[in-house]
Design a protein around this ligand. Structure first.
Ligand SMILES: Nc1ncnc2c1ncn2[C@@H]1O[C@H](COP(=O)(O)OP(=O)(O)OP(=O)(O)O)[C@@H](O)[C@H]1O
Ligand SMILES: [Mg+2]
Length: 436
């Protein structure tokens, strides 16, 4: 591999500079921690994770963003500002990724051409991207979606990684149609995502609930596909979390099964590939494909991940560039109903056989008393009309509790918009956010 520009780890000098990229090479950039970076395409053509750069136009990348500018035929890139690191690489797995895209494209075309009365042949690819942490899953998902959108498809993006949240804040499973190549700066538009709230960044906090929500998500998508031949032919790309051992592995199998995935892309781990190939060998319509991890993927430790989650929640309320104005609202205790999902005994001891211990029911709806423990929690506003619909309902949005006044029985919360909440049912989890 050939490196140019600054050495890895050495912050580069501020100022404008140009980088010439040969064909099938990429410029890998980590924007500095405090200042944004401006970048533009001067000559040739180039893309960021599947989305083409407009010629000549300066784009501003926020601090900490890590990305690569890849060119198929050669390009000159200009940067203005300092970076944490930037270097060019001439070895990337992009060709193998685009080959996968070409195969998916063929399947979409076949699905579109087939008679819509046959549910199987009119179904486009259902791709799931799996692999260990920091193997480039989210990035590959993004490339496949953007390349498909560029060809005019509207594939469904399903994000099952409750640890990060590419569609909305962490703590959720979500899906959204991708109608245009994903913006390299703004990410995915938050127009109409379908979101279910787990309330925890790690699914092991309530594995059963995670599975229930994944099922709900798939059911809703299935209904949508049944009535929309275009969405059905475009298919879906599912992003997963990097937890691939033990329960994490079982959740992967559960996701493959629940969404009827027919293409499993395994990134960066031989062992997972061979286990999945073996487990899925009885399903002849499922292809398990091994793909190389990109050398550009940046590893993130637990602290960085925590920080990223905080920024993601901040972005929900304030926007990427502080362009949104969230509102601080005050409600009376009696205006809102708080529920936790999971916990509490499944049945009273008296109803159980002698000697049996009551166990916590992971999907039981438990009303939560209002007290200062709710402070700084991020809560989901349910679309449910009645409490018993809460688990199966999707989410309208989120609020963050910023003050609880017990004597006056008032709650202050931050919401993305002014005015009444779309519902009075709030779901409590363990997700917190402290405005800094
Ligand atoms: N070729 C590349 N050049 C520069 N940065 C890259 C490249 N590929 C990926 N990255 C960056 O590396 C980081 C990790 O990649 P990504 O999020 O795709 O990994 P992941 O497998 O999804 O991780 P996780 O297990 O945490 O979900 C991201 O910030 C991404 O933007
Ligand atoms: Mg990821």
């Amino acid at each position: 591999m050939e490196y140019a520009g600054a050495g890895v780890g050495a912050p580069t000098m501020a100022g404008t500079r140009q980088v010439k990229l040969d064909k099938e090479c990429e410029l890998r950039v980590e924007v500095g921690a405090d200042t944004p970076l401006r970048l533009r395409l001067v000559t040739g053509t180039a893309e960021i994770f599947g989305t083409e750069l407009p010629p000549e136009i300066w784009l501003t990348f926020p601090p900490r963003l890590k990305f690569a500018v890849f060119t198929w035929y050669g390009a000159t890139i200009e940067m203005d500002g300092s970076t944490e690191t930037d270097y060019t690489a001439d070895e990337t797995p992009t060709v193998s990724y685009v080959n996968v895209h070409a195969i998916l494209e063929g399947r979409r075309n076949r699905a579109k051409a087939s008679s819509t009365s046959d549910p199987d042949s009119s179904q486009g690819p259902r791709v799931i991207v799996v692999g260990p942490t920091d193997s480039g899953k989210s990035t590959l998902t993004r490339m496949l979606l953007s390349w498909a959108a560029k060809q005019g498809w509207k594939p469904t993006f399903v994000d099952l990684d409750s640890g990060q949240g590419s569609i909305t804040i962490p703590g959720c499973v979500a899906a959204t149609p991708i109608e245009l190549p994903i913006d390299p700066v703004e990410g995915i538009p938050l127009d109409m995502p379908l979101v279910y709230f787990l309330g925890h960044t790690i699914p092991s906090a309530n594995t059963e609930l995670y599975k229930v929500l994944v099922k709900e998500l798939s059911r809703t998508i299935e209904r949508h596909f049944a009535g929309n031949a275009e969405a059905r032919a475009a298919g879906m790309v599912i992003n997963t979390m990097g937890w691939i051992e033990g329960v994490g592995y079982e959740l992967l199998l559960h996701a493959i099964d629940t969404f009827n995935a027919n293409v499993v892309l395994v990134l960066g781990q031989e062992k997972l590939y061979s286990i999945l190939k073996d487990v899925l060998k009885n399903k002849p319509n499922v292809d398990v494909v091994k793909l190389q991890k990109s050398g550009g993927v940046v590893s993130r430790n637990a602290k960085v991940r925590q920080k990223d989650r905080n920024y993601r929640i901040r972005e929900y309320f304030y926007g990427l560039t502080n362009d949104l104005s969230p509102h601080s609202n005050i409600a009376s205790f009696s205006d809102l109903f708080f529920y936790r999902i999971g916990g509490g005994p499944q049945a009273p001891r008296s109803a159980l056989p002698i000697g049996a211990e009551p166990v916590a029911d992971p999907t039981r709806l438990v009303p939560v008393n209002i007290n200062r423990d709710l402070l700084h929690l991020v809560l989901a506003v349910s679309f449910a009309k009645e409490p018993d619909q809460i688990i199966s309902s999707n989410i309208a949005g989120f609020i963050c509790i910023t003050d609880i006044d017990i004597p006056r029985k008032k709650i202050t919360y931050l919401a993305p918009t002014v005015g009444e909440l779309p519902s009075r049912f709030l779901i409590v989890g363990s997700l917190t956010w402290l405005e800094t």
